[in-house]
Write a protein that binds this ligand. Sequence first.
Ligand SMILES: Nc1ncnc2c1ncn2[C@@H]1O[C@H](COP(=O)(O)OP(=O)(O)OP(=O)(O)O)[C@@H](O)[C@H]1O
Ligand code: SF4
Ligand SMILES: [Mg+2]
Length: 339
Amino acid sequence: MSPAELQSKTAHPVLAIENLVTEIRSVRGLIRPVDGVSMSFPAGKIVGVVGESGSGKSMTAFSIMQLFPTSAARVAGGRVLLGETDLIGRSPEQMRAIRGSRIGMIFQDPTSFLNPVLTIGRQIEQQLEAHRWTGGPPAGDRGQSYANRVSELLTSVGLPRDVSTRYPHQLSGGQCQRVGIASALACDPDLIIADEPTTALDVTIQAQILRLMMRLQRERAVALMLITHDLGVVAEVCDYVYVMYAGRIVEEGDVRSLFAAPQHPYTRALMSGVLSLTGTGNIGFAVPGSVPDLAAPPSGCRFHPRCPHAMPRCSQEAPPLFDRPSGRSACWLHDEATP
Ligand SMILES: Nc1ncnc2c1ncn2[C@@H]1O[C@H](COP(=O)(O)OP(=O)(O)OP(=O)(O)O)[C@@H](O)[C@H]1O
Ligand code: SF4
Ligand SMILES: [Mg+2]
């Protein structure tokens, strides 16, 4: 892709979610794992989404895809804009066509999406067929064109071409994840959603896979949503980051500025956890207490039971996102009117 083409592709968000609300019916009542979340994914940029376990990262991704792990979940409000098109309310057939062609997905467990009884090549070909991939040189013989595309994809993710004749069980975890990346890229999507794509892999392989994803994402100017538990990874690879807490965004911003001066007490607590670690391997979260029960979330600012700066107002009113030099932060400390 030429620098001019790259420039024009990176000018607009390829996908934006606006005030998204997702509900799950449970025996304990209705819960909202995604509660008024807005995010933007520009082409050519890597956008990180971080937050403790249960904060709603995966549910946000599932909401974009409208593909939930439970039939009790549904999008209850907001918009998912792919270009000018709102994906909310699309039929299952339309969403199937969009997933895999306009939006690619890389999963945490690289073996979960592979069919054990089909060769790797056949699985990627099926995906090209399903989405009527018509890229590449014009060819009378589509079958040959698909085979060439499979070879090209496998080579681009650093796998030998003959992997196409192998079965999933003949590959290592890292190789399977490379196939996952090839598969996500197969139809030249505009956005790739990667939900903890390296967590299941050996530490030595994690860095290789991340580097590969970064290279391919930049070369193709595709937008990447990277869900991760690892703030070190965010600092290293992301352009922009959203910090989620109990179904809401508490802070967002340009990675460099946000890491230089985190604004929200929750983000600051996460960062101080990073500073106390050795800097190797996966970084855990070090905020005392735990993410609240979403069936009965705390009133006002959901972080108030754990926040060292909580004021009376914090338990009464939910703070909006205030503009900050590094981005936006949802904390009453930024409101000059707060007593
Ligand atoms: N299959 C499910 N059935 C019912 N509720 C669910 C289900 N999956 C998630 N939830 C609810 O949605 C909330 C958000 O879950 P989600 O999987 O999005 O968290 P996450 O931030 O991705 O966490 P992790 O870091 O552990 O992957 C959970 O706290 C839980 O209340
Ligand atoms: S709004 Fe209040 S409780 Fe919430 S993070 Fe800010 S100071 Fe803490
Ligand atoms: Mg998750």
